[in-house]
Design a protein around this ligand. Structure first.
Ligand code: 2P0
Length: 361
């Protein structure tokens, strides 16, 4: 361990910003570590923050971790570096995106002098296109950081750390069905994610119909802050969320697929309706998004249980059961503008891996 003399937010497994100055960490580990975290799909959506600086969500949310979509991140601290180096999908990242990573490391490690980091990250899916790359990215980074500093944070505190990077990242620390809790305290101590059921609970399928691999014009953070400031239905969005959360938890534990699907679609369209009512309006969809929604609804009318959900991007995610996958794929691939489909199952928790042993797909 290399000794360091800067303050940290990690006081007794507590990762609250106000605990800066409370303790000193021992130091960091030489060499690199590699972590893998999977993306997640929100069944009950997160949109809006109650505290921007600490990144505290304004609503709780529920997600499903996805096996097929992941980020693999190798992290090394190196005192020889003059600034953080971030390679994403083999390309050097600079500017705003690098600053977001550096700010996250500063926040986690402390604002004082810290060794600079070399971060090599790979997503096995399109980045910044509404497939939750920031969720898997910050979850993997939080885990790698925990390892390099020997913090041994428990999962809840790891989720709080990841949340500081990106709200949805808190959920990617766990496998299966996950709840991001809405805290009431200003310090964020209750804003942690917990696992509801692990990935073996329910053999669902999530088909992501990719309609564009372009990066979105408006990031989620900016979008949700604009919504909070200008959307006339924002208060109703916040006040109606607890009921959706409770009903979704019941649908998951009883494996009620119709209810799970109905609630998932409701939360999706409530969020997008809210985004559309923002000034200026936010619309993440393209023509193929809308066409795919209608195609799935048509399939449902013909007796195939399938439900859509959409995040901050134009991809349509279709929740279904394993025996209808082929039929749905065929119908949706036929939609003009659908480029390809990613098939996912409930995925595992974020973990430290041997860099060579878990090959990115
Ligand atoms: C979600 N989304 O629950 C919702 C649904 C997109 C639509 O969380 O500002 O990247 O970094 O906390 O987590 C995407 O927003 O936002 C998101 P920040 P994040 O998955």
């Amino acid at each position: 361990m290399q000794k360091l003399n800067f303050e940290t937010v990690f006081a007794h497994q507590i990762v609250f910003v106000e605990n800066l100055n409370h303790s000193k960490i021992e130091g960091y580990r030489y060499g690199s570590v590699t972590a893998v975290a999977h993306s997640n799909i929100a069944l009950i959506k997160y949109w809006g923050k109650r505290a921007i600086q600490k990144n505290l969500p304004a609503v709780g949310s529920i997600s499903l971790t996805l096996d097929a979509l992941h980020t693999k991140t190798t992290l090394q601290f190196d005192e020889a570096l003059k600034q953080d180096v971030f390679l994403l999908n083999e390309e050097k990242v600079e500017g705003k995106q690098l600053k977001r990573i550096s700010d996250f490391l500063n926040l986690a490690v402390g604002y004082s002098e810290r060794p600079k980091a070399r971060i090599i990250s790979k997503n096995n899916f399109p980045t910044g296109a509404g497939l939750a790359s920031s969720a898997s990215g910050f979850a993997a980074l939080a885990l790698a950081l925990d390892d390099r500093f020997g913090l041994n944070l428990n999962r809840e505190n790891l989720s709080a750390l990841a949340r500081m990077g990106s709200g949805s990242a808190a959920r990617s620390l766990y496998g299966g069905f996950v709840e991001m809790k809405l805290g009431s305290k200003d310090d964020g101590s209750e804003d942690v994610a917990v696992q509801l059921k692990d990935e073996s609970h329910w053999d669902l399928r999530l088909l992501a119909a990719v309609t564009s691999t372009q990066k979105k014009d408006l990031g989620s953070t900016e979008g949700m802050n604009r919504t909070a400031e200008t959307a006339p239905f924002y208060d109703a969005w916040i006040s109606s969320q607890p009921k959706d959360i409770e009903e979704m938890k019941k649908a998951i534990s009883t494996k009620d697929f119709e209810k799970l699907g109905e609630l998932t679609e409701h939360s999706c369209f409530k969020m997008h309706g809210l985004a559309m009512a923002t000034r200026p309006p936010i619309l993440y969809w393209n023509a193929a998004t809308t066409e795919t929604i209608h195609r799935v609804w048509k399939l449902r009318q013909s007796g195939i249980p399938a439900f859509v959900t959409i995040d901050a991007g134009p991809q349509v995610k279709i929740l279904c059961l394993s025996d209808s996958v082929d039929e749905i794929k065929e119908a949706v691939l036929d939609v003009n503008g659908v480029e390809y489909i990613i098939e996912a199952k409930p995925g595992p928790a974020a973990r430290i891996v041997h860099p060579e042993k878990e090959i990115i797909r």
